[in-house]
Design a protein around this ligand. Structure first.
Ligand code: S3P
Length: 176
């Protein structure tokens, strides 16, 4: 089984996932990096060259491949769990945790970021607020646990570890 982190861009999925995986001695996989390695180019380049639709197809491919492995902490991209097929694949071998953040946290953390194609808009604040309003219900629906990720990443990682440990350490149920 895997622990999967979902949530809006800038919620800390990669930073927190990496920290938690280190503490729990699990493998960490960042879905965007996984896609970038397979494609041999950055997410921005994929969007630019092939468009968002092709990126989403690659994302589903990655969800399928990553769900075949075990004992991983997987950081998804902020749009990955918007596709029910990805949720189905990821949940078939794992549990999803949502890292919840406020629009203000995202705007502050990504104030100088240029690698998120969906936020390269003149009115970044409006884009964040609008996307988040539409996406938060979907993240919540996909997740089994919601963690407040407006806090420093070290604190959030402790919470993720706490949950993941209980989950991963649980012995499989025996049915007689
Ligand atoms: C996206 C989020 C990005 C990346 C791509 C699309 C999204 O990942 O997958 O730019 O649709 O929210 P992060 O959430 O890691 O920024």
């Amino acid at each position: 089984m895997n622990i999967i982190l979902c949530g809006f861009m800038g919620c800390g999925k990669s930073t927190i996932g990496r920290r938690a995986a280190q503490k729990l001695k699990l493998e960490f996989v960042d879905m965007d990096s996984f896609i970038e390695e397979s494609a041999g180019m950055s997410v921005s380049e994929i969007f630019e060259k092939y468009g968002e639709e092709e990126f989403r197809r690659m994302e589903t491919d990655a969800a399928r491949k990553l769900s075949e492995g075990n004992n991983r902490i997987i950081a998804t991209g902020g749009g990955a769990v918007l596709n029910p097929e990805n949720v189905r694949l990821l949940k078939s071998n794992g549990v999803i945790i949502m890292l919840q953040v406020s629009p203000d946290t995202v705007l502050y953390r990504l104030r100088n970021n240029t690698t998120r194609p969906l936020l390269q808009r003149e009115d970044k604040e409006a884009a964040v607020r609008e996307l988040m309003k539409n996406r938060n219900p979907v993240y919540r629906q996909a997740a089994s646990v919601i963690i407040n990720a407006n806090l420093p990443s070290a604190q959030v990682a402790v919470q993720v570890c706490h949950f993941a440990k209980n989950y991963i350490d649980k012995p499989p149920v025996t049915v007689l």
